[in-house]
Design a protein around this ligand. Structure first.
Ligand code: SAM
Length: 280
């Protein structure tokens, strides 16, 4: 029985980084009229009420999206992400945080498709409800990793795949390189985004080494730490591994990460990283 609920963590610093990268990649795919598939293997509930009991218990969004929201000036690079936040928050108050499926729902065009998977018995119905009137979307209660075999390649031969597990099952760290390889074997031209937490650096690095050892080319790593690595409980950093990154992404992240770090790590204890792990 899985106990992880994203509602405790929605809008934290890791979501800000993840969804900033996601929005930029979606915008890049939209530069061509041809349709594409957005495949989200671990979708969550979609929408998160920031005044909920779960959010209040951790208060994580207060040092995440709330800090960005209160900035008087937000850089142009974040305009697409911000447009989605504004769509779900019509007043000045930040009430809802849109998760990855709702970001895609808002940014995708009529010709694009969404394939969303969530396994949790409480979050799946919430997600399905969000998309009940959206013909572009297929929402399944299934193992997200299996979608990398059954839904790829997409009919349109263009696609963005977000792999965003909770890492509640420690096996996920070992599984991801193999699962990614399965997807890539079927669809080598897709853009793959793999989110990772840093709780135990060795465990995270083991997974990243596993991804490098798949032999897949064109891999970018993006990381934002708000604290130095340590042996205590809790996430000190998070990052995204991007396979086949859009050509602008590296430069966009080099530009925006210092701004984000300033806001999300005001005591300047962490670090940022944009690194080509494997080139052409
Ligand atoms: N992608 C979401 C976002 O950015 O808003 C957050 C997803 S959350 C980090 C991970 C989700 O994966 C949880 O809702 C959890 O219930 C779900 N999950 C865990 N194992 C899964 C599996 N094997 N297949 C599909 N979903 C799974």
């Amino acid at each position: 029985m899985l106990s992880y609920r994203h509602s405790y963590h929605a809008g934290n610093h890791a979501d800000v980084l993840k969804h900033c990268v996601l929005s930029l990649c979606l915008e890049s795919l939209k530069e061509k009229d041809k349709p594409f598939l957005y495949l989200d293997t671990h979708s969550g509930a979609g929408r998160y009420l920031l005044q909920s009991e779960h959010s209040a218990k951790t208060g994580e969004y207060l040092s995440g999206i709330a800090k960005v929201w209160e900035q008087p000036q937000i850089p142009e690079i974040l305009s697409s992400y911000l447009s989605v936040l504004k769509y779900y928050n019509r007043s000045e108050t930040l009430k809802y945080y849109p998760g990855s499926p709702l970001i895609a729902k808002q940014l995708l065009r009529p010709q694009d498709k969404l394939q969303l998977t969530e396994i949790h018995s409480s979050d799946y119905p919430l997600l399905r409800q969000e998309f009940s009137k959206d013909d572009r979307a297929q929402v399944s209660r299934a193992d997200g990793f299996l979608q990398l075999k059954s839904k790829l390649p997409p009919e349109s031969r263009r696609g963005l795949i977000l792999i965003d597990p909770s890492y509640e099952i420690k096996d996920d760290y070992q599984k991801i390189p193999d699962e990614l390889k399965e997807g890539y074997k079927r669809f080598a031209t897709g853009t793959y985004l793999i989110w990772y937490p840093v709780v135990n650096r060795r465990q995270t690095q083991g997974m990243i080494d596993g991804i490098i050892n798949t032999g897949i080319k064109r891999i970018l790593q993006i990381e934002l730490a708000i604290r130095p690595d340590n042996n205590q409980k809790g996430m000190t950093a998070s990052g995204m591994i991007v396979v086949n990154p859009p050509w602008k992404l590296k430069q966009q992240m080099q530009e925006i990460l210092p701004w984000l770090k300033n806001i999300l790590d005001p005591q300047d204890m962490g670090h940022i990283l944009v690194k080509e792990l494997v080139s052409e």
